[in-house]
Write a protein that binds this ligand. Sequence first.
Ligand SMILES: Cc1cc2nc3c(=O)[nH]c(=O)nc-3n(C[C@H](O)[C@H](O)[C@H](O)COP(=O)(O)OP(=O)(O)OC[C@H]3O[C@@H](n4cnc5c(N)ncnc54)[C@H](O)[C@@H]3O)c2cc1C
Length: 597
Amino acid sequence: MTQTHTYDVVIVGGGGAGLMAALYASRNAKTAVVSKLYPIRSHTGAAQGGIGAALGNLEEDHWEWHAYDTVKGSDYLGDQDAIEFMCEQAVEAVYDLEHYGLPFSRTPEGRIAQRPFGGHTNNETNKPVRRSCYAADRTGHMILQTLFQQCIKNETKFYNEFHVMDVIIQDGVTAGVVALELSTGELHIFRAKAVIFATGGHGRAWQITSNAYAYTGDGEAVVLRRGVPLEDMEFFQFHPTGILKLGILITEAVRGEGGILINGKGERFMERYAPNIKDLASRDVISRAVYLEIKDGNGINGKNYVHLDIRPEMVNKYAALDGRTRLDGSPYSITAEEIHAKIPDISDFCRTYLGVDPAKDPMPVQPTAHYAMGGIPTDKFGRVLTNSQGAILPGLYAAGETACVSVHGANRLGTNSLVDLIVFGKHAGLNAAEYAQGSDLQSLPDDVEGFTRQQIDTLRNGSGKEKAAQLGDEMRNVMSDNVGVFRTEEGLSTAVEKLKELRARYTDVRIRPSAPGFNMELLNTWELGNLLDLALVTAQSALVRKESRGAHAREDFPKRDDPNWMKHTLAWLEKDAVRLDYKPVTVTRFEPKERKY
Ligand SMILES: Cc1cc2nc3c(=O)[nH]c(=O)nc-3n(C[C@H](O)[C@H](O)[C@H](O)COP(=O)(O)OP(=O)(O)OC[C@H]3O[C@@H](n4cnc5c(N)ncnc54)[C@H](O)[C@@H]3O)c2cc1C
């Protein structure tokens, strides 16, 4: 029996963006959050490093500097009006979190503590600036706990462990979503005047990734199937410091606290690639450097990894060479106790997964698939855009990693995702509620859950010739080999062909008969279908973009090409073919320049 629920605003996803949207939407509209995970298990909880905002608590800083760093970090593909909005609003959003009770780490005077992070600089000296606000190395965890408590206090309605599988669009207007309840296997219709997708990223398309198992791009895949394009999907960030083979993230905060990258020859190789800010250059720059060192045989023992070293003797040696000082002008240094206090979770990860103590041993690291700059196109109010002229799909919103506003352009700076969630989550919530107040419920189409049933039936009735696990392995390998840190025409063409083949073979997958409740095989297989769609869109968008910009590095087109390519990609998936279109980048005050770190 399909149950129907009716709300003004339905938010899909209970991570940072979803909870922030819920908090603000529920002030003015009857709101529900529908989430496949229990909210505090969302990937936001894994964010370690911090949230960037120009509070200027420890040294001079301005939101305009933050905006410039973000534009530069984006390799001039970010929309500058949205970036200015985000960086200005970030300050207020961090104080909002403080007032909601987030236990930030503090300075001795009791202000919110801030630390340096990759790509964040004093625009006058070009030196790293302390801009990242943090709660030890558990910032995201604290954000989720804080926002979830606030939502409970506001009596927001939660539907946890409900998987949204379709969005209902009737006569070009949003009418709700269809979800499968994990515990019963039954479908539920959520009627709503406005729907906000806040479903996170899709890094599970790659073999080595820092992303949670749930990062299967459901929101993007669902709207893509309903004719909404995806923006800038070729830009996927590889974080330079994932734990060897496992991909688990070692936060950039380790380098913020003085950690350095060392190759097999014992060299601090970032001196060669980013002479100015070295180990605190932006992630795309460092990932490429690590890749090139490994390719040149300079990995540790010639293998495919380098060392991240935060042992006090190394940090103190290089801090002295760099002339790094504390705020009072005394030489910078760190002790083993300080390492364990400032990055407690990282210390634990290293002990558990590597058997090493970061205060005594270097950490073996390699680049790991980390963050989707691309996603569902929105404006800064969270409204979903459906073409290059900026047409709006009434009632449909997106926020967080699943959305592309675009504030991160071709490469996101560390700490800017949490800012994005808080600022655009809030504004999507406010705007969706306002829209809902001024509109009526849309009527439902006849067979409202028909498309969802059809997707499930296809998985139940496939020939069974193919195994989902095998297809998943092949997809992750082809993405890692060909759509990784460096790309070529040949590799990308191979990927496109292979992904088309995998999508065809996917129709021959059959899940085993089982009781309807807790059918994870059904859901995981459906999620694989989402990843396959997004992987194809990513590879095709990357194949056509013949330049190198931010995280998209083409060996065959090594230069950024502003005259031809300073534009956003929009991609539609029409049966097996990806159709592409482009739209201009908004430039307000920062004319494109060559990026130097
Ligand atoms: C290890 C790691 C460390 C990071 N560290 C930082 C950092 O220090 N600073 C920073 O700025 N950024 C960091 N990032 C990036 C940042 O944490 C994420 O981009 C951000 O938290 C994503 O938030 P979100 O709200 O968009 O998604 P999430 O927090 O992942 O929430 C997604 C929600 O969508 C729900 N959902 C998904 N699919 C469905 C579906 N089909 N039906 C119903 N619900 C669904 C899930 O249940 C979940 O509640 C890090 C990322 C990782 C992986």
